[in-house]
Design a binder for this molecule. Sequence first.
Ligand code: ATP
Ligand code: MG
Length: 693
Amino acid sequence: MVGDAEKNLLEGLDPEQRAAVQAPRGPVCVLAGAGTGKTRTITHRIAYLVHTGHVAAGQVLAVTFTNRAAGEMRTRLRALGIPGAQARTFHSAALRQLRYFWPRVVGDAPWELIEGKLRLIGQAAHKAGAPTEIEVLRDLASEIEWAKASLISPDDYPDAVRRRHRTPPIPADQVVKVYQGYEKLKNNAKLLDFDDLLLHTAAVLEEHPQVAEEFHERYRCFVVDEYQDVTPLQQRVLNGWLGQRDDLTVVGDANQTIYSFAGASSRPLLEFTRRFPEATVIRLERDYRSTPQVVGLANQVISAARDRPAGSRLKLIGQRPAGPVPQFHEYDDEPTEAAAVAKRIQDLVDAGTPLSEIAVLYRVNAQSEAYEQALTEAGIPYLVRGGERFFERQEVRQAMSALRAASMDAPEGELPELVRRLLERVGLTAEPPAGGSARERWESLLAIVELAEELTATVEGADLPKFVAELETRAAAQHPPTVEGVTLASLHASKGLEWDAVFLIGLVDGTLPIQFADGDEAAVEEERRLLYVGVTRAREHLWLSWSLSRSPGGRRHRRRCRFLYGLIPEEHPTARLARSSTNGAKGPAQKLSCRICGRSLVGTVATKLGRCTDCPSDVDEELLSKLRDWRMTRAKELKVPAYVVFTDATLMAIAEQRPTDPAGLVSISGIGAAKLNRFGGDVLALVNGTSAE
Ligand code: ATP
Ligand code: MG
């Protein structure tokens, strides 16, 4: 007999969702695209199993990947009358279990969670004779996290990176030493990092049958949301939880795998039936979240993806009534773009859209500054998710105190150059670091230099004290506490969430796809999936925009995100605008076809080289080797990594294009006024065959 509660539970579901909800206890896999109701299906499944007496609420453990998503699941479960089911992240579940089992397994030895691992990594790096600059330490931290999430021990590390064609931040044998040293220091101090929580939980369940038995008594039914982003380490914990049982429901969308860089893989999702051949597999195609207009664009974005595995080739079918077509907008510079977004948000609010139903999404956290500013100016409240507000970031606070301290001494010099010099002390380098948090910090510092440029351009006699005062005013204005507001979030943090109106901003090559993905097809594909995640967050209003230069009056050398080609309707004014701005005759931004094969160029490396990356190089080998030697010497003198002087791609471009004068040199993208001043003489002397000083 089906009771009222069950009937209500099944009523709001379509036949496929219902099949997943009603599937008998045992392995269930829901493979489906964005907005098809996966999260809804699993919460209903839990409620259904509990209401029909198949499992007690307390025996269910639902896991997902972010605290926000876990909170959302708990809210939905409560609304379905199941407050007793646990919905947690892998980490918080492991932490809880470890606290409980630890005294019995290890005894009373107390342990603490580590507060940021950089200090220990710094000590380990120092001991290993590895570089200890903060940027390198951050990269090492990410690398060690990746290795641990991928279940790669220090000894296996060199082999693993070779097999996966992964570029380590410093030579692999040095990473090994730092990794080993870090583990040792951490163990001696009785500290655990986040990955250890998972490692120890898995080990306890694997090695202590009694503990495992007790745990298996306690939890009987497991549910994993966003399963496409599971890491090998998380999978191992999940295996420990399950033991020999198979009561596991997973849901996911391989097209939304966006954490591969951190070791996640959609394989366990796509190969679920290999592990559980008797599994119930459900595919959902109806998109309940977005209008057909948004769904159409999402389908287009993802159908261009290369090498889509079989289980991910789903086409979404929009279920909602028609809505406005997605808008594409190109601007001259970022402040103009941000102001236009703020204006559009105001219009939406005036027309009745609640602030909490609007989101501005970006690729890197540093992009939020312009929007925090524009929204503040427009008097629109906002909240920053998955990242701190700009002026609360550690590097920004450090930069502010460095500038404040320097302004007491009334230093001389052009404001932007002065600011740049001062910020070098807190980590600003000439070229962006390869990626990760180092890149985020760098972007924040660069944003401050750009504010200095902006102030110089707009205020007569702008000097350091004026600039510091300006920064403080901005910081103060952006601090008022907000209750309800527009969400500012990174694309990564937006996974699983939805809003009526979504603004995808700053869509330029180099930001999306992010520069360090270039030349690595898998990494570029992950960036494409990020765009897909962004597009599919919108219920109704979707806006995509980019700007050709960072600051007002700057060089308009940026190109819109390559994933947008073919998506913008032909009659769209932006399509014409963008075409006409790239068809001009001269200048670096116009070199859009390969000088070897004539095909159009895709990607920043290719643009820099002026040829496709796989076209034969016409490099002057002798010059290249001289340039490399020179770079090494300069880098040593300046005590910076070599790429800060010039990246490999820039050196290659110089050795291929052999510019003989400053104009030729700056026409290579990545060489601006600062680099020309600093290194132009040396480089031109080398190219022209005279010995460089
Ligand atoms: P994502 O891949 O982005 O995590 P999802 O597949 O988990 O998406 P949900 O968040 O569960 O999708 O659902 C998307 C939206 O569609 C939600 O607002 C949900 O309430 C609604 N929805 C899902 N199924 C139905 C249905 N059968 N009828 C009406 N609305 C539905
Ligand atoms: Mg979901």
